[in-house]
Design a protein around this ligand. Sequence first.
Ligand code: SAM
Length: 246
Amino acid sequence: THFGFAEVRLDEKQGLVDEVFHKVASRYDLMNDLMSGGLHRAWKSAMTTAIGLPRGARRFDMLDVAGGTGDIAFRALKSGGPGVSVTVFDINQAMLDVGAARAAKRRLGDRVTFIQGNAEDLPFPDRSFDAVTIAFGIRNVPRIPVALKEMRRVLKPGGRLLVLEFSKVDVPGLAKVYDAFSFGVIPRLGQMVAGDGEPYRYLVESIRRFPDAETFAGMICDAGFEQVTATPMTGGVAALHVGFRI
Ligand code: SAM
């Protein structure tokens, strides 16, 4: 059927994504710094602030979907109180292994858990988490509406979803520079640092295809979230979306 065909295409997409992150796991954080000129750090701190982490001892369970090497988790543990614990969830075991080694080194093993699986099928009971985050992960998920519904399901009522993702540049002068950089420089950087430019060409392409902030906010609403807001950052290179499960 034509539906069956669509399914195969989506599965191919996941395979490609897995290959990309398998190849780059050990160099992933360095590549982030090089490719964003360090900007991903500012974007991630904006998201960490927006989580609303308690500073006191109150218990706060957070799920970081597509959490990769644990960057968001470590930031949350640093800025929140001692009651904060984070589950890092990712489809790619190679990325999680890098994160788990880092957690052990920082002696954070009791506050962060690494679990492998697909964002479209979260292995957690309904209403488990106070907040769910996903940073630069949602565009890699084949069925985004399915993943958004899953993230809502595992949130406690009153809990919030925070999505950090590349967006559409809305400053005309910047758009040209950005295109030149992403199609010219990024695959070359990938070639130099990770030994392969091809995965990065795919990443740039996936950023291109991802919807603008308004359209994506609509998708978050469609998944049942309320009070959805979108905040463009750095002229729209990235955007932070927040929504609540009421
Ligand atoms: N959140 C981390 C960060 O900001 O540094 C990692 C982001 S990385 C660009 C994207 C991550 O999404 C990869 O670790 C990849 O394995 C993961 N991923 C891709 N598809 C996924 C899926 N269907 N379910 C869960 N994780 C997925």
